[in-house]
Design a binder for this molecule. Structure first.
Ligand code: 5GP
Ligand code: ZN
Length: 152
């Protein structure tokens, strides 16, 4: 998949604010965050949907999500709770057909509701904001003794 946006990010052709990478998955800031600190966990090898995903990746992605949720809570990000969200298929709201898990920090008063629509993501930020937040999350992950943190 040469023109897939997430494959291009993983190949380094498009910049992203990374917080984590290992041999199987990468995690970086969503470009249109629901709240500041909104992360995406993306398999390093292209898989359009859950049906295409190597079965060993499901548990690994969830394990990384748990680490990132802890990382968010220990960072400067306003994070009192976390939503994990995955859209598998167009009817489910999937827009980027390289499967990914959203890790979304939540706080009381963020006005996103329990069953928020990702389409309501209204927070506009800049690459430098995302880089700054990503650096704080990476630091928090290091304090959680999580290995394989991608360096800038
Ligand atoms: P989906 O609706 O497929 O679950 O979510 C796709 C997500 O990818 C959206 O939240 C969107 O903001 C994010 N996204 C789309 N293009 C880019 C990009 O070029 N870079 C980053 N970091 N995120 C992107
Ligand atoms: Zn891809």
């Amino acid at each position: 998949m040469t023109d897939c946006i997430f494959c291009r990010i993983i190949r380094g052709e498009i910049p992203a604010s990374y917080v984590y990478q290992d041999e199987l998955v990468s995690a970086f800031m969503d470009i249109q965050p629901v709240n500041p600190g909104h992360l995406l966990i993306v398999p390093n090898t292209h898989a359009s949907s859950l049906a295409d995903l190597d079965s060993k990746l499901g548990p690994h992605i969830f394990q990384v999500a748990m680490r990132l949720a802890a990382g968010l809570r220990g960072s400067t990000v306003q994070c009192e709770g976390v939503n994990l969200y995955l859209a598998d298929g167009k009817a489910a709201g999937q827009e980027v057909f390289h499967i990914h898990l959203h890790v979304i920090p939540r706080f009381s008063g963020d006005n996103k509701g329990a069953f928020f629509a990702l389409r309501s993501r209204g927070h506009s930020d800049q690459k430098q904001d995302r880089d700054q937040i990503a650096a704080s999350i990476r630091t928090s992950l290091l304090h959680n003794t999580i290995p394989e943190i991608r360096k800038e």
